[in-house]
Design a protein around this ligand. Structure first.
Ligand code: ATP
Ligand code: MG
Length: 418
């Protein structure tokens, strides 16, 4: 991809109305466009990052039997009245709208109700179970405080998976698989070291739920971390009983601020009973389907990565989610040499080896190109000037490395994999 063709531009100035680091960097780097408080559009660079996060999530959900769907965002009030979540507790979180004929609709903030309703068409016998259904879809929430950039959007992406099982035992076994899949996801997006499976309140149907919390000084959640065991306890459930359950000593716990990037929850039969989602077991007896829900925020995950790894020069993407693998910068020739042709040949070789390249072919000063490369945060930078062309070399530097090294053009591809 030639940078001269990319419509996204970087900006020097920090948007005056944006207080969060993630939004400041993502806007300046040209990854997102702010529409209004808590509402962001994804530009090509931002979409590439989110797509990579989503691909990792899809692979891990498919590996535990997930089947992908894409449900409607517009919601029928009648569906939500069955669980008292049209008015009730969820009243303040809805964005609701009126139809021309006087009816009302809502913009979905989660999907337990419509999916439970939908599954009534597909589940009637024990032979239809278990089923694991997920989507990556836009959610709408009337968040009161939308000052944390893409960490807390009023419109945001969520991966939500719902499990439908015959028995609590079958549900528990899947729950354990989901824990592992979540651990894999956060490891693969580059947050493994600082993301902790965190014991939180379980609601009516189980003792605990599990949040996946990423350590982040600007996070809104307080958690207590046991570094050695690599687990944490949410402040809301920290008491003697949970310490005993987990075999954790209070002295080993350190208080930290964190951002919830994922959340897994046993729902029991709350939703299946409300909708009459039942099945006939092997003896012909009618039973309620046992459910669970499992969320991850892909846009929040992008924001946390920006927040925790970004430095004073700009974004720093882990390899697995970077918008491109390699950023190639050509410096304009002072000697009238065809340094562009030399650079394009190297770029083509790198692309043929399977790497995605952003090629900065713009006619700008070296300083301006370096500053943009630091701001955009692609993990590996190659610089090519007259001198390199003459010597058949390339300058290579990792985004967080202090010094560049000069290598021969034939070595480059081999060095990218190390
Ligand atoms: P929080 O306590 O931070 O509001 P939540 O408990 O409301 O989160 P869930 O309803 O469990 O979140 O949603 C599942 C996932 O969706 C969360 O773990 C998070 O990653 C993401 N998410 C939730 N709310 C937002 C939001 N307003 N903006 C971006 N992502 C969000
Ligand atoms: Mg919330």
């Amino acid at each position: 991809m030639k940078q001269s063709q990319l419509f996204t531009k970087t900006r020097k100035e920090v948007p005056s109305d944006e207080v969060s680091k993630n939004a400041q960097l993502l806007i300046r780097g040209g990854f997102v466009h702010k529409e209004m408080a808590g509402v962001y559009s994804l530009l090509p660079l931002g979409l590439r990052v989110v797509d990579k996060i989503n691909t990792i999530i899809r692979e891990e959900m498919n590996a535990i039997g997930g089947q992908e769907v894409f449900m409607s965002a517009l919601q029928d009030p009648e569906t939500w009245k069955k669980t008292d979540r049209w008015e009730g507790d969820a009243k303040d979180i809805w964005f609701k709208t009126h139809l021309g004929n006087g009816g009302e609709l809502g913009l979905g903030f989660t999907h337990e109700e419509p999916l439970t309703n939908l599954m009534k068409n597909h589940i009637s016998s024990y032979k239809d179970l278990p089923k694991y259904v997920y989507q990556i879809q836009t959610k709408f929430r009337n968040e009161v405080r939308a000052k944390s950039g893409v960490l807390r959007g009023r419109e945001f992406l969520m991966k939500d998976l719902y499990s439908f099982c015959k028995t609590p035992e079958e549900q528990d076994a899947f729950y354990e698989q989901a824990k592992q899949a979540y651990t894999n996801v956060f490891k693969r997006v580059g947050l493994g070291d600082r993301t902790f499976m965190t014991f939180a309140s379980g609601g009516t149907f189980s003792k605990y739920s599990h949040e996946f919390q990423t350590l982040c000084d600007t996070g809104e959640d307080t958690i207590y971390v046991d570094e050695k065991k690599h687990i944490a306890i949410n402040k809301e459930v920290l008491n003697d009983e949970v310490l005993k359950d987990l075999g954790v000593s209070r002295d080993d716990l350190v208080e930290k601020m964190a951002v919830e990037v994922g959340n897994i929850f046993s729902l029991g039969t709350r939703f299946s009973d409300a909708f009459g989602l039942n099945f006939l077991d092997a003896t012909g007896t009618q039973q309620s389907v046992v459910m669970g829900s499992y969320g991850i925020g892909p846009t929040r995950t992008m924001g946390v990565i920006a927040e925790v790894y970004g430095d004073d020069k700009g974004l720093v993407w882990p390899k697995s989610v970077a918008p491109f693998d390699v950023h190639v910068l050509v410096l304009e020739s002072k000697e009238g040499a065809d340094v562009h042709a030399y650079t394009e040949k190297i770029t083509t070789d790198i692309e043929k080896a399977g790497y995605e390249v952003l090629y900065d072919d713009r006619g700008m000063t070296a300083g301006a190109k370096f500053a943009d490369a630091d701001l955009i945060g692609i993990p590996m930078r190659l610089v090519i000037s007259d001198k390199h062309m003459r010597n058949n070399t390339v300058e290579m530097k990792g985004r967080t490395e202090a010094d560049a090294r000069v290598v021969t053009s034939s070595e480059v591809v081999g060095l990218l994999s190390s």
